[in-house]
Design a protein around this ligand. Structure first.
Ligand code: IPE
Ligand code: IPE
Ligand code: MG
Length: 247
């Protein structure tokens, strides 16, 4: 029998993924089903973030990447974008102390240039304050798109080639990965998407090359410790081969 999922105080279970990435989807449908305003769905979604961060740390996950706002989400109505940005401000202000006290390091990936100045300041402050925390890293993907990230990396490498500092033959997978925003982080072992949708929606396109996928019908505001544990169990039952022959 496989051992149970270990908690923070026990020896780390090798079957616990090092890096879990979550596409937190279904906030609006959650609100709609209850005839509540959309904002309430997003607020409940940010409550779910709190629960899942805590549970992930307890389960011994090292990296938790949360897709909070995609580069395509800028196409949403202005008032909804305003609500989502307001919730991000709140999260970065109010929850930072608790994250810091719990040994969480916060990192943000995505196109910061499109964010409001005060949010950029909050992100900078949160990242520098929590830089040395080691219990778990929470990566927030805000204004993030995998294709845009790959284009940025290609552009950076092209500039180095044009400047004569790099030869095209020197570009390989690991050099390319080092120019992505996730440089230095392990690739996600497990990608979870809530709300029944089965697509990546431009999330971690490069990094998810060998991730396991778990799609659940639960809407994000209803997702919590138990649902995360179920997804981890499902992950444990998978046979990862990475292209190698398995006898
Ligand atoms: C996820 O929930 C939150 C964001 C994408 C910002 P949605 O707002 O996409 O809710 P649904 O999927 O439309 O129900
Ligand atoms: C993906 O959800 C982005 C986030 C969860 C932040 P969307 O709701 O924006 O994706 P689509 O439009 O259903 O593909
Ligand atoms: Mg959605």
């Amino acid at each position: 029998m496989k051992p149970a999922i270990e908690t923070k105080d026990a020896t780390r279970d090798a079957a616990v993924p090092r890096h879990v990435a979550v596409i937190m989807d279904g906030n609006r449908r959650w609100a709609k089903a209850r005839l509540l305003p959309r904002l309430i769905g997003h607020q409940r979604g940010s409550d779910a973030v709190r629960r899942v961060v805590e549970a992930a740390a307890d389960f011994g996950i090292e990296y938790l990447t949360l897709y909070a706002f995609s580069s395509e989400n800028w196409k949403r109505p202005e008032d909804e974008i305003g609500d989502l940005m307001g919730l991000m401000r709140l999260y970065l202000r109010r929850d930072l102390n608790e994250l810091h006290a719990n040994g969480v390091r916060l990192r943000v990936i995505g196109d910061r240039g499109r964010l409001a100045g005060d949010i950029i300041d909050l992100i900078d402050e949160a990242e520098s304050r929590t830089r040395d925390n080691r219990r778990m890293t929470v990566v927030l993907a805000i204004s993030y798109g995998g294709q845009g990230e790959i284009v940025q990396a290609a552009r950076a490498l092209a500039a180095e080639v044009a400047a004569g500092r790099l030869r095209p033959e020197e570009i390989d997978e690991s050099l390319f990965a080092s120019r992505l925003e996730t440089a230095g982080m392990p690739d996600p072992d497990l990608v979870i998407r809530t709300s029944g949708e089965k697509r990546l929606s431009n999330f971690l396109l490069w990094q998810a090359a060998y991730a396991e996928f778990v799609f659940v019908d639960t809407l994000w505001p209803d997702f919590g410790r138990d649902e995360l544990e179920l997804a981890l169990r499902e992950f444990r039952s998978r046979d990862r081969r990475f292209g190698a022959r398995k006898d």
